[in-house]
Design a protein around this ligand. Structure first.
Ligand SMILES: [Fe+2]
Ligand SMILES: [Fe+2]
Length: 167
């Protein structure tokens, strides 16, 4: 995006800009999840994050597929929003010594990421449909459904953790 010219003129450009954002987000998560997995202590949390890492790698491929279907070269744009969420997770995690509390913080960070993804995919799907690209919308919906399932799984783990700590 240039300082001297505006690159986004219509809804199609905005859709492509959103695709580039989520492409950056998914690749950043593939990079960030291994550290979160190694920090997590509860076995169920580790395995949930590991499973979502595998799903996320597949989501990257689906986003690439949508670029291709739409006839646009797959590329990323900087996403300061997701960088901030991931940075915050590292800062908080490095300040915690209790393992259950650390797990709770990791779940919270992971859920912030999921919610960012859920809102991004929801918007992209609506825009794709508006552009008459139901085919792109249906591929993006597969990613959205996985993000929602990952978020629900994290909610269940958060509730279990809170109950364990209260017991
Ligand atoms: Fe994702
Ligand atoms: Fe996700």
């Amino acid at each position: 995006m240039g300082f001297f010219t505006k690159d986004i003129h219509d809804m199609n450009d905005l859709f492509v800009a959103g695709l580039k954002d989520i492409y950056y987000v998914e690749t950043a998560i593939v990079d960030a999840l291994p550290d979160m997995i190694s920090m997590a202590t509860a076995k169920e949390l580790k395995s949930a994050l590991q499973a979502h890492l595998e799903e996320t790698k597949n989501q990257v491929r689906r986003v690439e597929q949508v670029f291709e279907m739409h006839g646009v070269r797959a590329e990323t744009v900087d996403s300061p929003a997701i960088d901030g969420i991931l940075e915050e997770a590292n800062v908080v995690a490095s300040d915690i010594d209790d393992k259950d509390v650390l797990d709770a913080a990791l779940i919270a960070a992971a859920q912030k990421v999921e919610h960012y993804e859920i809102t991004s995919y929801g918007t992209l799907i609506a825009w794709a449909k508006g552009l008459g690209r139901d085919d792109c919308a249906s591929v993006l919906t597969q990613n959205l459904d996985e993000e929602k399932a990952a978020d629900a799984k994290l909610t269940a783990l958060a509730e279990e953790g809170v109950n364990r700590m209260a017991a």
